[in-house]
Design a protein. Structure first.
Length: 234
C-alpha cells in the first residue's frame, strides 16, 4: 500500500512539473490600435517621402534655367514651361537689338557724309554716290551744287544723336537680357517650393495682460504644416 502511494505521488509531481512547463508566458498584449497606429504612421511617412520625391523630380534646375537663358533669351522660360513669357522676352530683347542696328547704320551714314563734306570730297562723283540720298541736302543746297554752310553742324548733330541712341540701345539690351536670366532663375527656384500649404492665422490675447490693458494679438504661421499623428489615447 505504501508502495502504491509513492508511485501515485511521484506521478502527480511529474504531471505538475509538465503542466508548469506548458503554461503560456504572460506578455504585454499587443493592441490592435497600436498596430494600426504604427502602420498608419509608416504610411504617412511613405506618402510624404513619395510626395517630396515627386516634387523634386518635377522641379526645374535653377542652374540649367540660368544657363539656357544666358545662351538664348527665352530658352530658360521654355525650360520652366512658362511658354507665355517667351514672346514678352523676345520682344523686350528684340526691340533694343533692332534700334541698335538701325542707329548704328545711320551713324555710319552721317559720319561718312560728314567726312565727305569736311574733306572736300563732294566734287568726287564716286564719293557723292555713296552718300545716302537723305543726307545730300546737308552737302548741297540746290541742284546747282551750292555748298550748305550749315551742313557740317547739322551732320555733327545727327551723328551724335544716332551715336547716343546706339549707346542707349546697348544699355536697354543688357538690362532686358539680365532680367530674362533673373526671371528664369527665380521661376526655377520657386518651382522647388511646396506652395500647397495654407497659411494659418491665429487670434489670441497677450499671455501676461495688465489690469487695465486689453489687446488682441495676431499670429501668422508661415511654416509648413506638420502631419497630424493619430491619437494614442489610453
Amino acid at each position: 500500500m505504501r508502495f502504491f502511494s509513492i508511485i501515485i505521488l511521484s506521478f502527480f509531481y511529474c504531471s505538475t512539473l509538465r503542466a508548469q512547463d506548458t503554461l503560456p508566458v504572460k506578455s504585454k498584449p499587443v493592441s490592435l490600435r497600436d498596430t494600426t497606429i504604427l502602420t498608419k504612421k509608416d504610411t504617412i511617412n511613405t506618402s510624404l517621402a513619395k510626395k517630396d520625391s515627386i516634387v523634386k523630380k518635377k522641379g526645374s534646375d535653377p542652374r540649367r534655367a540660368t544657363i539656357y537663358s544666358a545662351i538664348f533669351p527665352g530658352a530658360g522660360q521654355f525650360y520652366n514651361k512658362k511658354y507665355w513669357k517667351i514672346p514678352i522676352v523676345l520682344t523686350a530683347v528684340g526691340i533694343p537689338t533692332y534700334t541698335y542696328f538701325f542707329n548704328k547704320s545711320w551713324y555710319n551714314k552721317t559720319r561718312y557724309a560728314l567726312a565727305v563734306l569736311a574733306n572736300g570730297s563732294y566734287n568726287n562723283k564716286d564719293s557723292i554716290a555713296r552718300v545716302d540720298p537723305k543726307l545730300i541736302g546737308f552737302i548741297f543746297l540746290d541742284p546747282a551744287h551750292d555748298i550748305n554752310p550749315y551742313g557740317i553742324t547739322g551732320l555733327e548733330k545727327y551723328r551724335n544723336y544716332f551715336r547716343s541712341n546706339e549707346d542707349y540701345s546697348v544699355l536697354f539690351f543688357l538690362l532686358f537680357y539680365g532680367l530674362n536670366i533673373v526671371d528664369a532663375t527665380v521661376d526655377a527656384h520657386l518651382k522647388l517650393f511646396d506652395v500647397d500649404r495654407d497659411l494659418s492665422i491665429h487670434f489670441g490675447i497677450p499671455s501676461t495682460p495688465s489690469v487695465n490693458t486689453y489687446a488682441v494679438s495676431l499670429f501668422i504661421d508661415i511654416h509648413k504644416a506638420k502631419p497630424k499623428l493619430f491619437d494614442t489615447g489610453n
